[in-house]
Design a protein around this ligand. Structure first.
Ligand code: PMP
Length: 344
């Protein structure tokens, strides 16, 4: 017998629609993080979605919700402003349902994401990276494009609560079932906030004693907001897809019990260790989430909880960041540590 060989005795589910491939992702015990925390740390493998990120779920819920409300009709167009992963999810869902996709994104995002969106058939509109208050910000540009385009809907992932509903209705019940109801803590970072708010709300509905923690990168304002009510950002981060400066509609009422602030260096250290020691190739938001999960696990142990179990989100695949996070020149230019095997 080959150890860890897949067995057809417990076959993976059979699907009759490609859209059914979204969600129901595996949960994996992370060895290094568990040792570091002194308790079990579990990662939800969102890179296993068809679009290789957690955002496939939000894309499916947003598109189906627009159909149900009668706003999206056959042959219609879905327009969104996105750092990339939501666009990839929307493009796949829209292709599967016969809609067109227009994606607006800041031009400082990874080349892989842009190439991927074009490859998937989305029309790509690049805008300069600006502050949210700027009318040319990618979010406002996408709203305007949707208004100006016949038969188009604006996905509006930041303030459309169909986004967090995806996590209330899928991510949370999946984690609860996979952990057989034995879960003490959940944490992840926020981009739109859909994942942390929805998964947090869904898990609390099962068991209010589960500690929900926000893991905030530097350069985001939510750590201070949940710590002392002040929306104030400090520092910077190169992590894509996370780091929020306002309370989006998806974040309203998020049941955040505690919060951690995690640096890019800490996140990169977990990306390095998970790849070199456990064979998982992840993006930086996953590394930051794992650092947050280790902090939460340690905090729960320190509180005296017996053998706590913590879950977090492995948001997307590292293959999406070959020209950035996995590129020595890029890392050096950002003043970040270079993975030893890339250093020469
Ligand atoms: N990680 C990555 C790589 C992402 O693209 C996103 C989505 N912006 C997130 C994390 C955060 O997810 P959410 O929008 O649900 O807060």
């Amino acid at each position: 017998m080959i150890e860890n060989a897949p067995s057809a005795d417990a076959p993976a589910p059979v699907r009759t629609s490609t859209l059914d491939l979204i969600g129901n992702t595996p949960l994996v015990l992370l060895k290094g993080p568990s040792e570091a925390a002194g308790c079990e740390i579990w990662g939800k493998c969102e890179f296993a979605n068809p679009g290789a990120s957690v955002k496939d779920r939000a894309a499916l819920w947003i598109v189906r919700d627009a159909e149900r409300r009668g706003e999206l009709k056959p042959g219609g167009t879905v327009v969104e402003g996105t750092a990339g992963n939501t666009g990839i999810g929307i493009a796949l869902v829209a292709n599967a349902l016969g809609y067109k996709t227009v994606i607006v994104m800041p031009d400082n995002q990874s080349k892989e994401k842009m190439d991927t969106l074009r490859a998937l058939g989305a029309e790509l509109v690049l805008v300069p990276p600006t502050k949210f208050a700027d009318p040319n910000h990618f979010v406002h540009t996408s709203r305007r494009l949707a208004e100006e385009t016949e038969g188009a809907v604006w996905a509006n992932q930041f303030d459309n609560v169909a986004n967090r509903k995806a996590h209330i209705e899928s991510t949370a019940p999946e984690i609860w079932a996979q952990m057989e109801g034995r879960i003490d803590g959940f944490t992840c970072a926020a981009g739109t906030g859909g994942t942390i708010a929805g998964t947090g709300m869904g898990l609390k509905a099962f068991d209010d004693a589960i500690t929900v923690a926000l893991t905030d990168p530097h350069g985001a304002a939510l750590y201070n907001y949940y710590a002392n009510g002040e929306l104030k950002a400090e520092g910077t981060s190169v992590a894509e897809g996370i780091g929020q400066g306002r309370i989006t509609a998806n974040l309203e009422g998020a049941p955040i019990d505690t919060q951690f602030r995690i640096s890019d260096e800490e996140g990169i250290e977990w990306v390095r260790r998970l790849l070199s020691e456990e064979g998982l190739c992840l993006g930086l938001s996953s590394g930051i989430n794992v650092a947050g999960a280790v902090a939460l696990g340690r905090a729960l142990v320190a509180q005296g909880r017996a053998a706590p179990r913590v879950a977090t989100i492995l948001c997307d695949t590292g293959f999406r960041y070959l020209s950035s996070l996995y590129n020595a020149d890029w890392l050096r230019a950002k003043g970040l540590p270079v993975f030893p095997w890339l250093a020469n």
